[in-house]
Design a protein around this ligand. Structure first.
Ligand SMILES: [Mg+2]
Length: 367
């Protein structure tokens, strides 16, 4: 039985600034939910950023929604499944819902002695690791950064692009590192469908995919773009639920999907999107939101499902942080191991986590 929920806010610096078409991140403004009961603690990490730039959600907003609208749905016997049904009438707020659902799921799986990987249906014990490379001040800087990640052993490179930093950087990376490099780009909604002819220049570079070229609401425009560009279109920001995924595939808005549990309300919905895509032979891969070890552990379990046929953005801890809040995830031979322990399979280093925590509130739940 759940006896207490704790909400924790913390701050951790990134090892280097991460620039995308919507802004620069230099640190993670963290929100964790802890579910306590029967001597067991379940953990969830919120994927929202400090500002509503990747999506409409942001971390302070998530905290407000969790306190006012979501936690009243948690009582002693609440499960991840019952919570998700109970909050279905609350529109949107996927990242807020996801962190609560994940903490509930971690708690119940730890109590049942089952790992996330087993619960979700993972078929792999380690997953291929790619890395997302932020927009750099110059092409020379970009080539140095890519070289460093390839030296680390990453198996796939994703370049963040924006208008003014797209065709030439991709050309330079392809020319420097050769045709065998698994390479893709992510625009984070920075283009307009009228840019189709410009984006079609990327067809020369044999990319795995172009991720989220247009704003998230524009499914039909993505379908139009997909007819004008040969490189496969992958959607990230647009895919908020299995229903949107079904619609996007039905109209040809994308042929690949980036699954982020935070963006779709949690792991239960993420698994439904995986299952839909797997049935239809649509490749999926697991994106990242600069998660610490708590969020990363659960993502690795998801990325070990059979439909995750492309390397994800599940990179090693060292790509993001000097020191992670759990034992670090280490790249071995280009792969990360999927945790096998119960629940998410990792425990935070509480002394370290407390040292970066700014606030921790205890919220008692109704029986
Ligand atoms: Mg993306």
């Amino acid at each position: 039985m759940i006896s207490e929920i704790r909400l924790r806010r913390a701050h951790i610096d990134l090892v280097s600034p991460f620039r995308t078409s919507f802004g620069v991140e230099t640190a993670r403004d963290l929100l964790y939910i802890e579910v306590h009961g029967d001597g067991v603690t379940g953990w969830g990490e919120c994927t929202a950023m400090s500002e509503p730039m990747y999506s409409s959600e942001y971390v302070d907003g998530c905290e407000a929604v969790i306190r006012r609208f979501l936690l009243p749905h948690v009582v002693g016997g609440t499960t991840a499944e019952s919570f998700t049904k109970s909050v279905a009438g609350i529109r949107g707020h996927y990242m807020a819902k996801a962190v609560v659902e994940t903490a509930l799921l971690d708690h119940q799986l730890r109590c049942d002695g089952v790992s996330f990987a087993k619960f979700l249906g993972a078929t792999q014990s380690r997953v291929r690791s790619g890395v997302s490379v932020g927009i750099q001040p110059s092409i020379d800087d970009l080539l140095h950064v890519v070289q460093k990640y390839l030296d680390d052993g990453y198996l796939r490179i994703k370049l963040k692009i924006e208008p003014g930093f797209d065709i030439e950087p991709v050309r330079a990376v392809r020319r420097t590192f050769g045709d065998a490099l698994l390479l893709q780009v992510d625009a984070n909604s920075a283009y307009h469908v009228n840019d189709a002819a410009h984006l079609a220049q990327l067809d020369d570079f044999n990319l795995l995919l172009i991720e989220q070229p247009l704003p998230e609401e524009q499914l039909a425009a993505h379908a139009e773009l997909a007819k004008l560009v040969h490189t496969p279109i992958c959607l990230d920001e647009s895919i908020l639920s299995v229903e949107v995924a079904r619609d996007a595939l039905a109209i040809g808005a994308c042929s690949i999907i980036n699954i982020k549990p935070g963006r779709v309300g949690g792991y239960l919905e993420a698994k439904k999107i995986h299952d839909l895509c797997f049935e239809r032979g649509v490749p999926v891969w697991c994106g990242g939101m600069l998660e610490t070890g708590i969020g990363r552990a659960a993502n690795l379990a998801l990325a070990a499902l059979p439909g995750f046929t492309l390397p994800g953005d599940t990179s090693a801890s060292a790509r993001y942080f000097q020191r992670d809040v759990t034992s670090p995830f280490v790249l071995r031979d280009g792969h990360l191991d999927v945790p096998t322990g119960v629940g998410i399979g990792v425990d935070p280093d509480l002394n370290y986590l407390d040292s970066i925590t700014s606030r921790r509130d205890v919220l008692t739940v109704a029986r």
